[in-house]
Design a binder for this molecule. Structure first.
Ligand SMILES: C[S@@+](CC[C@H](N)C(=O)[O-])C[C@H]1O[C@@H](n2cnc3c(N)ncnc32)[C@H](O)[C@@H]1O
Length: 250
C-alpha cells in the first residue's frame, strides 16, 4: 500500500513514522509512506500556501492551487484510490474505516492548518472528508498520522503476532478483554486464577465474558452491531440479566 501525506509541516511526521510498527512496516516494504511539503507545490517567491478569507473574518485559509498541484503530481505517479481531506466536519474515523482504507492500494491525505482549506478542495478534489473526533486540532498532521497508524497495523505482516490485531478492541465490534503479565501477584493484587490454570477452554470463555462485560459496561452502543456468535449472545444475555437484577436491588 502507498500513502501520501501533504502538509506544511513534514517534520511533524518524522516521529510517528520513524518508530515502532509503522517504521518496521515501511522498512519491510509493506507500506510506502511519502510526506510532501505543500510549499513545494507553490509557484510564488514566498512559497505561500494561504490567503485571507473572502468575506472577511479572522484567520487564513489554504489556497486551492498548491493542493490541486500536489494531488495532480501524485496522481501522475500512479492511480490514486482515495484523496482524504482531514477535517473536524468529516465522517468519524473508526476501526471499520481503517479496515476499509487498509484494503485500498493508494491513499492521499491532505493536512489542513489555520481556519481550514478553500472549500473547492473539499468539493472538487477530495473524495472523502474524515474526522478523528469531535474536537478541533491545530492541523491535520496528527489526524493523518492517527489514520496511518490504525491502517498500517492492519496490513498483512505489519504486526508480529497477527492474532493480536484480531482481538484488539473494535475488531469484532467489542472492547478487548483485560490482559495481565508477570508477576502473578503485585502489592496484593492477584491475576485472576483462571489465567494461571492452564485450562485453555476456561481461559477462552473467561476472556469472552470479560470482553462482553466490559463492552456492556463501557460501550453498550457497540453491542447492537457487534459480530457475536451464539455462545457470545448467550453470555451477553446472562450478563444483562445479572445487571438487571443488580439494578433491581439498588
Ligand atoms: C483549526 S482546524 C480548522 C477548523 C475549521 N475552521 C472548522 O471549524 O471546521 C485546521 C485543520 O486541522 C485539521 N483538523 C482539526 N481538527 C480535526 C479533526 N478533529 N479531525 C480531522 N482533522 C482535523 C483539519 O485539517 C483542519 O483543516
Amino acid at each position: 500500500m502507498r500513502i501520501d501525506l501533504v502538509t506544511i509541516f513534514p517534520r511533524l511526521c518524522d516521529g510517528p513514522l520513524g518508530e515502532g510498527i509503522v517504521r518496521r512496516a515501511i522498512d519491510r516494504g509493506i507500506v510506502d509512506v511519502r510526506v510532501h511539503d505543500l510549499r513545494d507545490y507553490t509557484t510564488d517567491r514566498h512559497r505561500s500556501v494561504d490567503d485571507v478569507s473572502y468575506g472577511g473574518g479572522p484567520g487564513m485559509v489554504f489556497k486551492p492551487e498548491p493542493l490541486f498541484r500536489a494531488v495532480d503530481a501524485i496522481r501522475g505517479e500512479g492511480e490514486v484510490d482515495a484523496v482524504i481531506l482531514t477535517s473536524p466536519q468529516g465522517r468519524p474515523f473508526t476501526q471499520r474505516e481503517a479496515e476499509r482504507l487498509a484494503a485500498l492500494r493508494h491513499v492521499v491525505v491532505l493536512c489542513g492548518r489555520y481556519e481550514g482549506i478553500d472549500d473547492r478542495v473539499r468539493s472538487a478534489l477530495a473524495t472523502e472528508e474524515v474526522s478523528i473526533g469531535d474536537y478541533v486540532l491545530s492541523g491535520g498532521e496528527l489526524p493523518a498520522l492517527v489514520m496511518v497508524d490504525a491502517v498500517v497495523r492492519l496490513l498483512p505482516g505489519a504486526v508480529g503476532d497477527e492474532e493480536s490485531v484480531d482481538v484488539d478492541s473494535f475488531s469484532r465490534g467489542l472492547l478487548d478483554f483485560p490482559h495481565f503479565t508477570r508477576p502473578a501477584e503485585y502489592r496484593g493484587w492477584r491475576v485472576p486464577d483462571v489465567l494461571l490454570s492452564g485450562n485453555h477452554a476456561e481461559i477462552r470463555r473467561w476472556r469472552m465474558r470479560e470482553a462482553l462485560s466490559r463492552t456492556l459496561a463501557l460501550r453498550p452502543d457497540l453491542l447492537p452491531t457487534a459480530d457475536l456468535d451464539s455462545e457470545e449472545r448467550e453470555i451477553l444475555r446472562v450478563l444483562m440479566e445479572e445487571r438487571g437484577a443488580e439494578h433491581g436491588r439498588d
